[in-house]
Design a protein around this ligand. Structure first.
Ligand SMILES: Nc1ncnc2c1ncn2[C@@H]1O[C@H](COP(=O)(O)OP(=O)(O)OP(=O)(O)O)[C@@H](O)[C@H]1O
Ligand SMILES: [Mg+2]
Length: 299
């Protein structure tokens, strides 16, 4: 089973307007409601690819109930911890001539809720994957991902970390199976600019020396580079043409990679790129037919 974890999931309310008049009553042309949060994105794309998975995380209030019900309806096993106070956040995205986003803070996660999450990890078994994706709220300690990985050490659970800064760095000694920094995140981790493929590969190698088994670097419109656990470099160009909405493209890559792993790293990277490209060239997350179309393009 693949488990994803989202500490601060959201409902993304996307409102389309011809123009936004500040201080006035505006009328929307249309509106959409999406489920948001990096782990949830991974879960949704895995499901599109036919891979059963369980979404873990924290929810609160009626918005949290709606989020959980929505995921269950899509066939994702949702197993969230209910927080005693607050509500799952609603992020507002206003699409007018320009895009304006308002991201809400989300509920407080008390110590007891974190303990409940640690307890849930007890259910994971050899061969399972745990995907730790995205940032955590300010109330949560920055070593939480490494604590979770530490609790699973020796159990044969493969951990995937798609996070930045100390959240990721603290976890490297626990030898995550996969990390997926984008170009900017890799530069931050390396502490220097990485203008060439060679320098990107060198920085990825440094992360392998620090513990990561596979390093998948997503490079936006420049595609992706994988340094696999044997130290072999694979590269893949971006596919899908003109980007429409790249939010979640990296999360889609993680899903594609995991879905393709059974057939080796080269294939995993292909499916990762097709999923990333399918999301980048769609309004919402990647859907199965689009991913299949881009797989053909890659071949
Ligand atoms: N502008 C783009 N044009 C074409 N493909 C893109 C574009 N942006 C992203 N992609 C595809 O999606 C993959 C992941 O993109 P990116 O490097 O932007 O991830 P990210 O920054 O981690 O995204 P996020 O965190 O929002 O999910 C790329 O490797 C590429 O395959
Ligand atoms: Mg990302």
């Amino acid at each position: 089973m693949i488990y994803t974890v989202t500490f601060n999931p959201a409902l993304d309310y996307v409102v389309f307007l011809s123009r936004l008049e500040e201080g006035q009553t505006n009328r929307a042309q249309k509106e959409e409601l999406y489920f948001g949060g990096k782990g949830i994105n991974v879960s949704l794309v895995l499901k599109e690819l036919g891979v059963e998975n369980t979404a873990l995380g924290f929810i609160a209030g009626f918005t949290g109930e709606a989020l959980e019900a929505g995921l269950l309806k899509k066939g994702i096993k949702a197993d969230f911890i209910r927080l005693p106070e607050g509500r799952t956040r609603i992020n507002l995205k206003l699409k007018a001539e320009k895009e304006t986003e308002i991201n809400a803070g989300g509920p407080e996660i008390p110590k007891e809720a974190l303990a409940a999450m640690m307890e849930k990890l007890g259910a994971l078994k050899e061969g399972d994957f745990l995907v730790l994706a995205g940032s955590v709220p300010a109330s949560v300690p920055k070593d939480i991902y490494s604590e979770m990985m530490g609790a699973l050490a020796g159990k044969g659970v493969r951990c995937v970390v798609d996070a930045t800064g100390s959240l990721l760095e603290n976890g490297l000694p626990y030898k995550p199976f996969l990390i997926k920094p984008n170009h900017r995140e890799l530069e931050e981790l390396a502490g220097r600019a990485l203008p060439t493929r060679e320098e990107i590969a060198n920085a990825a190698a440094e992360l392998r020396e620090k513990g990561a088994q596979n390093v998948l670097v997503s490079l936006g419109s420049e595609g992706a580079l994988l340094l696999d656990e044997q130290g072999k470099i694979h590269t893949m160009p971006a596919v899908g043409g003109k980007p429409v909405n790249t939010v979640g493209a990296g999360d889609s890559m993680v899903a594609g990679f995991l879905a393709g792993l059974d057939r080796g790293y080269e294939y995993a990277l292909k499916l990762a790129s097709a999923a990333g490209g399918a999301t980048a060239s769609s309004e919402d997350l990647a859907i199965a037919p689009k991913i299949a179309e881009l797989m053909k393009e890659i071949d």
